[in-house]
Design a protein around this ligand. Structure first.
Ligand SMILES: C[S@@+](CC[C@H](N)C(=O)[O-])C[C@H]1O[C@@H](n2cnc3c(N)ncnc32)[C@H](O)[C@@H]1O
Length: 223
């Protein structure tokens, strides 16, 4: 298993001390989305996209500022994207105005109506699903993926600061679902796992706060 740095320390760095969900201000959230709107596309998403050759329909769960939506559009996908935050969806509506291949909804993981699709993207998002809802959400994700469909997303490992201290100032959205490697692998028992990467590193957030990152990133294809 490889251990990589870079990506998650950028995307997951909470932008400031006052960012517990209950204290998020819209301006702080906009700043976060500004920072990530045009970030680089992960190798995992490039791999996942390369595996889908026809019926290119994707669902982007917790789409944020739409970096992955843009990449999917560039690769000829129709994209259903949702996020719980109104400001994320407002921003995406502006960004993708008049593009009929994008369907945006303000929704939570549990309430979204997942359409049949060939690709589910959940980058640095699904672990903000409340733990008590995770099994039902995962069932919906699995049901929406058609045979041969691809999942590309990430899960929070137990050694991440957010996992150890979910109520701490390090936790960007308030609830997190934490999974061991074994539990992540169990989700993909019926899938062909093409990439399974443990991202584990300790460092400082851009604000100088110590943070341990522990993320499992997975690309897997349904049989
Ligand atoms: C770390 S950001 C990642 C955004 C995007 N996937 C990216 O990689 O740029 C996590 C996103 O998940 C969204 N989110 C958090 N809890 C959610 C929930 N319960 N349902 C849907 N989206 C949620 C947040 O609003 C946020 O936009």
């Amino acid at each position: 298993m490889s251990q990589q740095k870079h990506y998650y320390s950028q995307v997951m760095a909470p932008p400031g001390k006052s960012h517990l969900k209950s204290k998020i201000t819209q301006s702080a959230l906009q700043h976060y989305y500004d920072e990530t709107a045009r970030r680089k596309t992960r190798a995992d998403l490039k791999l996942a996209v390369s595996l889908v050759t026809d019926k290119k329909i994707a669902v982007d769960c917790g789409c944020g500022a739409g970096a992955d939506i843009q990449y999917l559009l560039d690769n000829d996908f129709f994209v259903h994207a949702f996020d719980i935050e109104k400001s994320a969806i407002d921003r995406c509506r502006q960004r993708f105005a008049d593009i009929p291949q994008v369907d945006l909804s303000q929704s939570s993981f549990i309430n979204f109506e997942y359409p049949p699709c060939q690709l589910v993207v959940a980058d640095a998002s699904l672990f903000f699903c409340p733990p008590e809802a995770f099994a039902a959400v995962w069932q919906k994700v699995d049901d929406s993926l058609q045979p041969g469909g691809v999942f590309c997303g990430s899960f929070l490992g137990p050694e991440d600061t957010m996992a150890r201290e979910p109520e701490s100032e390090q936790t960007f959205w308030k609830t997190v679902t934490v999974l061991t490697e074994q539990k992540v692998r169990l989700l993909f028992e019926e899938y062909h796992v093409l990439s399974f990467t443990e991202h584990k590193r300790s460092g400082l957030t851009p604000q100088g706060t110590p943070h341990d990152w522990h993320i499992y990133a997975v690309v897997a294809q349904k049989g």
